[in-house]
Design a protein around this ligand. Structure first.
Ligand code: ADP
Ligand code: MG
Length: 405
């Protein structure tokens, strides 16, 4: 890691730092979509990441109304109430954080009216309202009616045009939160102005989510290291045997296109040269080292092999900038974690600027105790990939431009 400061990248949107919030009701969209197990929060990283903006608003005497989605409820679902999230936020702030009776409505308006300067109220799960994901203009207006100012700090949801991330921004003076701003700056710097060589390591299972970013990196990056299930789309496109490995048809089409254009591409595409395979996707499955990439029938490729891991680690160490998204193998299963661990350790030790995105990549870093050894760990999986691909994020676009403030 380079230990670079917080000032990388550019950002053209108005910041919460420049908003006049004293005594005003501020609707703050945060990404508090934490993992729950039987109603208990198993990882509070997203709540912690939202603290700087909430603390700034409290210090400045705002009446803060926090809103987030949690999980994927279909209508009102008490199991996905924001109550445990509000309780944890209250502990972290050392303050009371009440939960509103609903997302919008007259009762909520009275609860907001009771809110004093520096106090925090949390609205119920935004997805209890069907209009949230439909970006319903009426819901956006009802949300806006609760507040004087809107702040969006939910980078992880900024690629979605929903009522709380996009619609409401058209009805109130709309500012970027501190986390959202930092995310956009860090990722934009990697995309538009990286210290070269730019080395991108891409893995994971959801190949179809990574087609767009991969196609964009072919002309932006200098080296692309392919791991995870994605490599099997490439091997299939090359006519190799992939056995029972995870292969997405969409991924094969993309891989064929990338391989066909490889000659003219800026990036050198690197594929595994060895694998770890097993007969089942299971922690008890007997792992077998395969010193090639031809997977026999009945076998599944579940990790990159040691020669590949060493080559990828070396490439990462030589990079001016590293962007890593997606584990190199099924790292949740100990026999198949070595490739992801090697890449994570290489990223942690790399002298270049290191940026990591993706929920499972973040989980891998956490498991290996390496979270603090990267320059920037994005809280947004899909959002970070869409930004890297060069797409506009609706939740960012809808905010005020900087010069309007
Ligand atoms: P991220 O959340 O970092 O973007 P993804 O969600 O795309 O990553 O993928 C993470 C998942 O990919 C992990 O659960 C891991 O088990 C799985 N995975 C990685 N490599 C393989 C593989 N070769 N076969 C099956 N699953 C894999
Ligand atoms: Mg994931």
């Amino acid at each position: 890691m380079s230990g670079a400061s917080a000032t990388r990248g550019t950002f053209g949107k108005a910041s919460v730092r420049d908003a006049d919030v004293e005594g005003r009701a501020v609707l703050l969209r945060a990404d508090l979509n934490v993992p729950l197990d039987d109603g208990r929060i198993t990882d509070d990283a997203r709540i912690r990441a939202a603290l700087p903006t909430i603390e700034l608003l409290r210090d400045r005497g705002a009446r803060t109304i926090v809103v987030s989605h949690l999980g994927r409820p279909d209508g009102v679902d008490p199991a996905l109430s924001m109550a445990p999230v509000a309780a944890r936020l209250g502990e972290l702030l050392d303050a009371d954080v009440a939960v509103a009776s609903a997302v919008v409505g007259e009762d909520v308006a009275s609860e907001v009216a009771e809110l004093g300067a520096g106090e925090v109220l949390m609205l119920e799960n935004s997805r209890f309202e069907a209009g949230e994901t439909e970006n319903d203009p009426e819901l956006a207006q009802r949300l806006a009616a609760l507040a004087d100012v809107f702040v969006n700090d939910a980078f992880g949801a900024a690629h979605r045009a929903h009522a709380t991330t996009e619609g409401v921004a058209h009805h109130l003076p709309a500012y970027a939160g501190l986390l959202l701003e930092r995310e956009v700056r860090e990722l934009t710097a990697v995309r538009d102005d990286p210290e070269r060589p730019l080395c991108v390591a891409l893995g994971g299972a959801k190949v179809s989510d990574k087609i767009g970013p991969l196609s964009a990196f072919v002309d932006r990056a200098d080296r692309i290291l392919i791991g995870g299930a994605m490599c099997f789309s490439f091997f299939r496109a090359q006519g190799k045997d992939t056995g029972d490995s995870l292969v997405e048809e969409e991924g094969v089409t993309m891989a064929a296109r990338v391989l066909a254009s490889a000659e003219d591409a800026r990036a050198q595409i690197e594929l595994p040269v060895d694998l770890v395979i097993a007969e089942r996707f299971d922690a008890d499955a007997e792992p077998r080292a395969l010193d090639s990439v031809e997977v026999p029938d009945g076998w599944i490729g579940l990790d990159i092999g040691p020669r590949t891991a060493a080559a990828y680690a070396e490439a990462i160490g030589e990079a001016g900038t590293v962007f890593w998204n997606g584990p190199m193998g099924a790292f949740e299963l100990p026999p198949f974690a070595a490739g992801t661990r090697a890449v994570a350790e290489a990223v942690a030790e790399a002298p270049g600027t290191t940026v990591v995105g993706g929920g499972d990549s973040a989980a891998a870093l956490a498991e290996f105790g390496l979270v603090d050894s990267v320059d920037w760990l994005s809280t947004g999986g899909g959002a970070s990939l869409e930004l890297m691909e060069g797409r506009d994020l609706p939740g960012v676009e809808a905010l005020r431009d900087r010069e309007d403030t």
